[in-house]
Design a protein around this ligand. Structure first.
Ligand code: HEM
Length: 413
């Protein structure tokens, strides 16, 4: 399938039509209006880097993965152009296309009207399939593959459901209002429908990480503070070292981009909830209530992995999660964790919650960061007996778009 230039231009043109209704919807000055629950804070969409990575983690996530049906590079390009133009509007709280015609179906589905921008960010990622498979370079882009964008290897103990893994494209919509995040994915998936098929979605109902010094550390569904030792976006040196792809990394068109790894991790609550508080704390390596490293007083105290008790035993057990995930055990590598709690329908008859962590990590090189850290964790992390990885995906998130440009533009230059 192939979209004509006219269809593409037509798609873009819908963004500027219907100005009359736009004023009605958004106020005569073109500024978004809303009711008492208006959340008016906006996150800039345009810029050298995509939003939704360094952005202080919002409260809600709607994540969506798509498969391209078309093998035409022009269709891919047109879709990225349309997504960029639409996302730029939605993130400032404008309707996608405020059509006033009664005999056409509204292009903006309407459910975010009056809710305000709510710090919406839309982050776009490209999956490995965009760059072809062995012997089939479907878009003619194989020569542009970012070197780290390879399918993740299988990890011991995982139980992946293929229907919620992978994808050619992804959208990470985050906002402080769940309906604003949903609306973005709703509108953008309608735009995709002629060239791509929605593969799966994942709702995240609460952030499990703090990514800014301004934020308090939230708790994950195990009841532990999560994100304490995370990279903070104010630490620009760490962001450059561990998150943003540098020019020297190549390829040139990905400079200022990053790699997104997503893993849906089910928490086995029947086992976890029955564990003693001491076992739970020894599993993580931190105290449950305060978040302090075992043997310390407060959450922000540094972790002393060498500290021993009077009997010579390590204070933080050898298989504690924070020990095995720490930079000291991982060639000083770190990742930016930006995940969300999820809850799905439970398996009929299981009587068990299907809930856990939709883990999202951003990094400069999955080969040096997520993959070896995860290998170390699966080998002996005490958390393994309480968790099960059920989905897996990797995407390259290109740099941000300049006004008038589009996300992924460098891919076609
Ligand atoms: C359901 C699964 C998981 C849960 C409940 C969980 C929970 C936690 C908690 C409570 C902490 C301590 C607080 C903090 O510093 O954030 C932590 C730290 C950390 N976790 Fe996880 N985690 C999970 C999976 C993972 C995975 C899959 C990875 C990476 C492959 C990972 C990487 C890390 C890292 C790098 C740290 C910081 C270690 C440090 O430097 O102190 N976690 N996690």
């Amino acid at each position: 399938m192939h979209l004509t230039r006219r269809e593409v231009v037509g798609g873009a043109a819908t963004l500027v039509l219907g100005a009359g209704l736009e004023r009605l919807v958004n106020g005569s000055e073109g500024t978004p209006t809303g009711g008492a629950n208006l959340n008016s804070e906006t996150i800039a969409f345009h810029g050298p880097r995509q939003a939704g990575v360094a952005t202080a983690a919002q409260d809600h996530l709607v994540f969506a993965a798509f498969d391209m049906r078309s093998d035409a590079a022009d269709d891919l390009r047109a879709l990225l152009e349309q997504w960029t133009a639409a996302a730029a509007r939605l993130t400032v709280g404008l309707a996608y296309e405020p059509s006033s015609s009664l005999d056409g179906s509204p292009m903006d589905t309407g459910e975010a009207l009056g809710l305000g921008p709510s710090r919406l960010t839309v982050t776009v990622g490209l999956g490995p399939g965009i760059f072809g498979t062995a012997g089939h370079d479907r878009f003619g882009l194989a020569g542009r593959r970012p070197p780290d964008l390879q399918q993740l290897p299988a990890f011991q103990g995982e139980s992946l459901d293929a229907s919620v893994c992978g994808g050619d494209l992804c959208l990470q919509a985050c906002a402080d209002d769940p309906q604003v995040a949903f609306h973005a994915v709703h509108v953008l998936s309608r735009l995709a429908s002629s060239a791509a098929t929605l593969r799966y979605t994942q709702i995240g109902f609460g952030r499990t990480s703090s990514t800014s010094r301004k934020q308090q550390t939230p708790r994950n569904l195990m009841g532990f503070k999560d994100g304490t030792a995370n990279i903070r976006s104010e630490d620009t040196q760490a962001m450059d070292e561990f998150v943003w792809i540098q020019e020297s990394d190549g390829p040139q068109w990905m400079a200022n981009g990053t790699y997104l790894v997503a893993r849906r991790i089910k928490i086995l609550f029947d086992v976890w909830d029955a564990a003693t508080l001491e076992d739970q704390q020894r599993t993580i390596g931190r105290e449950k209530i305060s978040g302090a490293p075992l043997g310390s007083q407060s959450e922000t105290d540094p972790i002393d992995l060498q500290a021993t008790k009077a009997n010579g035993e390590l204070v933080i057990p050898t298989n504690a999660h924070v020990r095995l995930a720490s930079p000291q055990y991982n060639r000083e590598q770190r990742i930016l964790r930006r995940g969300y709690s999820y809850c799905e329908n439970n398996e009929p008859g299981s009587g068990q919650l299907d809930a856990g962590l939709f883990f999202i990590a951003f990094q400069r090189s999955p080969t040096r960061q997520f993959i070896p850290i995860q290998r170390r964790l699966v080998a002996s992390d005490a958390l393994n007996q309480h968790t099960l990885h059920t989905s897996s995906a990797i995407f390259a998130c290109p740099p941000g778009a300049r006004p008038g440009g589009f996300i992924g533009e460098g891919l076609f230059a």
